[in-house]
Design a protein around this ligand. Structure first.
Ligand SMILES: Nc1ncnc2c1ncn2[C@@H]1O[C@H](COP(=O)(O)OP(=O)(O)OP(=O)(O)O)[C@@H](O)[C@H]1O
Ligand SMILES: [Mg+2]
Length: 400
């Protein structure tokens, strides 16, 4: 009887045995080797390769317990990840890894090895420039989001999809870590530098107007089942090569507001920019590129969205131009609000990013944190007026 008829957390030797028993990807005489390459908090990721031909694949396994804290987490996230990657592969070809197999018993996704791409967060810290990035990520966003809405799909089929992608436990993580704890630290998990405590208290914990606006964004996240989102599109979920972009890890996918994905992309670019500002000269090739990339992302998203909208929207009311303009404006407003929430939570919450934590000089880090918090607040409070990329970058520059 197969060892793989009941879920268990695999080690490298189990993964090799699994590949031999279950997959036909490698030749019979392959000499298989494997290593665990996961660097996240949640799952286990294995690279498996044939020593002779160098052919390789990646196997991602969800365990019932989180990789970092060993707390339980619903493994249905693995099904959602596999199904969404397959759908995204159809809607945005070449912008996600190919999926070779999903195993619902072992909670495994077998996929293309994209090790020839680099983690966007890491390469931004090395000040590398990716001229194709704005074009690729906006194609990914428009092509994966708009077709999943009920202004394009049959509304009854869309409702079935909403049910299929209910992602209770992972959404709860976002509701807490992004929308609640940075403002009301009810679980006592925020991690704040001694030198920033007074600033955070005044600018976040005691700012009732801000907390109300974040509450509205949280309500929108929880109740606006607009499109099937990636749900965790920070720069650690994006892999780049000079000529290619790949998005991974949609395990937080669910039906929510489109601006959540776009806002995550934009927000994380500002965090990388803040790192560059405090550790480098303010104006250099990299910071000019990142500013232009943020502006281009908003412009390209808008243009591609309008073009695709006119091509594929089926709902009779939504076909009206005034409806389209209203709909797009709500997405851009959500984008600004979410970018602000993402920026703030990465500074004060417990899932920080290396763009912030790698700044060893405390004065520089405090400076980066303050400019990010003020920028994030301004995005949230002014979100209804922000529709152009230049407005985003000007707000950041005002807080330098
Ligand atoms: N298809 C792939 N090809 C090559 N490397 C990959 C692939 N998928 C994942 N990885 C590597 O494994 C790492 C972790 O992957 P991923 O982010 O999907 O895991 P995770 O456990 O869901 O992480 P998180 O805690 O951030 O949610 C990536 O940063 C990347 O280095
Ligand atoms: Mg993940």
């Amino acid at each position: 009887m197969s060892r793989f008829n009941k879920h268990f957390k695999m080690e490298c030797n189990d993964v090799i045995a699994y590949v031999k028993e279950k997959l036909t990807i490698f030749k019979q005489d392959a000499i298989l080797e494997a290593e665990e390459i996961g660097d996240g908090n949640i799952n286990y990721v294995f690279r498996v390769w044939d020593r002779k031909t160098k052919q390789s694949i990646v196997i991602k396994q969800a365990d019932k317990l989180l990789r970092s804290s060993l707390r339980p987490l619903d493994v249905d996230r693995n099904r959602i990840e596999a199904e969404v990657l397959m759908l995204e592969g159809k809607l945005a070809p070449r912008l996600v890894p190919c999926i070779y197999k999903y195993d619902s018993v072992m909670c495994i996704v077998v996929m293309e090895d994209i090790s020839d791409h680099s983690n966007l967060r890491k390469v931004l810290l090395e000040r590398k420039i990716f001229p194709k990035f704005a074009d690729d990520i906006t194609t990914f966003l428009v092509n994966t989001l708009l077709p999943t809405t009920d202004i394009v799909m049959d509304s009854s089929e869309k409702k079935d999809n909403v049910k299929k992608y209910i992602n209770k436990e992972l959404c709860k993580i976002t509701e807490d870590l992004v929308f609640t704890e940075p403002y009301i630290d009810y679980k006592g998990r925020n991690i704040i530098l001694e030198d920033s405590i007074d600033f955070v208290r005044k600018e976040l914990y005691e700012d009732k107007d801000l907390i109300l606006e974040v509450g509205k964004l949280k309500n929108n996240f929880m109740n606006n089942a607009q499109a099937l989102l990636h749900g965790d599109l920070h720069s650690g979920s994006i892999f780049v090569r000079e000529d290619s972009t790949k998005v991974i890890d949609p395990e937080f996918a669910f039906y929510g507001p489109m601006g959540y994905d776009l806002g995550n992309v934009i927000g994380n670019l500002f965090i990388a920019w803040a790192n560059a500002v405090v550790t480098n000269k303010i104006q250099d090739e990299f910071t000019n590129w990142i500013a232009k990339t943020i502006e281009d992302i908003i412009t390209l998203f808008t243009h591609k969205f309008i073009k695709h909208y006119k091509e594929i929207v089926t709902d009779v009311m939504a076909k009206e131009e005034y409806y389209m303009n209203w709909y797009l404006n709500t997405i851009l407003s959500d984008t600004a609000g979410i970018a602000g929430c993402e920026i703030i939570r990465r500074v004060v919450g417990d899932t920080k990013v290396i763009d912030v934590t790698s700044i060893k000089d405390i004065d520089k880090r405090v400076k980066a944190e303050r400019m990010l918090i003020l920028t994030g607040k301004s995005f949230i409070m002014n979100r209804d007026k922000i529709v152009l990329g230049k407005q985003f970058t000007e707000i950041f520059k005002m807080n330098l």
